[in-house]
Design a protein around this ligand. Structure first.
Ligand code: S5P
Length: 273
């Protein structure tokens, strides 16, 4: 049987969340009819902003890796935040924190990147234990930010499987949903969470592509239909499949729209089961 959460419209799940970022994501998804997140993994901040302008209308979220930009600057994040308001999307810095609570709180708040000051959402590996959530929450929760735990990965040979994945869900549950709002995962890892009891988690899945099956470094792709209908994920995350498409600026814009339509059709189909 399908997971009960997957039978609920995004709009009906808003009220099941207290975290402002979770609510905003679901509101945007409903308003813009999109479950697409675009990962802008280019090395020039200027180029990243160009991609964001092309895809912004089609997405609920823009995902960054701020440490790959050659020309990272506060002006870049200022412009990204401005675009996130103008074009109505959430910013997700895919930092994959993985250290003790004290260290991650500094990595999140400080340094060159000051991630918490501009990114609505970030993520963490549960491997250090619940202190990582506490450390990040001291910084992010007062700002209304959200956190995803990596419960599974898309890459071949990932160690985040089985008991690790189950314990990740248990860790999130124990932490509560004030700050942790969901998971990076390949499946509906929130197994016995019941929306009837008010418990709702957001599942976001990378490793999505319509053309390629994978890359030479272990990445594995599934189609939006496989991810949204079969696996029951809420958000599809697409990188190279969109920003890497040949044919220039218009092609990137068109490809984002193609993935938005695919993802939304799959969502409507899953509701109709
Ligand atoms: O398991 C994962 C988790 C993440 S966040 N697998 C992933 O690929 N990602 C990220 O999603 C990865 O860091 C990259 O930014 C994006 C996938 O990019 P693509 O070009 O393969 O679509």
């Amino acid at each position: 049987a399908p997971h009960p959460t997957t039978l609920l419209p995004y709009a009906e799940r808003i009220k099941l969340h207290s975290n402002p970022t979770a609510r905003r994501i679901l509101e945007i998804m409903d308003r813009k009819k999109t479950n697409l997140a675009v990962s802008v993994d280019v090395t020039s901040a200027a180029e990243a902003l160009e991609v964001v302008k092309r895809v912004g209308a089609s997405v609920c979220m823009v995902k960054t890796h701020c440490d790959i930009f050659e020309d990272f600057s506060p002006a870049f994040t200022e412009e990204l935040v401005r675009l996130s308001k103008e074009l109505d999307f959430v910013i997700f810095e895919d930092r994959k924190f993985a250290d003790i609570g004290n260290t991650v709180s500094l990595q999140y708040s400080s340094g060159v990147h000051k991630i918490a000051s501009w990114s609505d959402l970030t993520n963490a590996h549960p491997v250090p234990g619940p202190g990582i959530i506490k450390g990040l929450a001291t910084v992010g929760q007062p700002l209304g930010r959200g956190l995803l735990l990596l419960a599974e990965m898309s890459s071949a040979g990932s160690l985040a499987v089985g008991g690790y994945t189950e314990q990740t869900f248990d860790m999130a549950r124990k932490a509560g949903r004030d700050f942790v709002i969901g998971f990076i995962a390949q499946n509906r890892v929130d197994k016995d969470a019941s929306p009837e009891k008010g418990e709702d988690w957001l599942i976001m899945s990378p490793g999505v592509g319509l053309a390629a099956k994978g890359d030479s470094l272990g990445q594995q792709y599934r189609t939006p239909r496989e991810v949204v209908i079969e696996a029951g994920a809420d958000v599809i995350i697409v990188g190279r499949g969109i920003y890497g498409v040949q044919g220039g600026e218009q092609a990137v814009k068109d490809e984002a729209e193609r993935y938005r339509v695919e993802g939304w059709k799959a969502y409507e189909e899953r509701l109709a089961r």
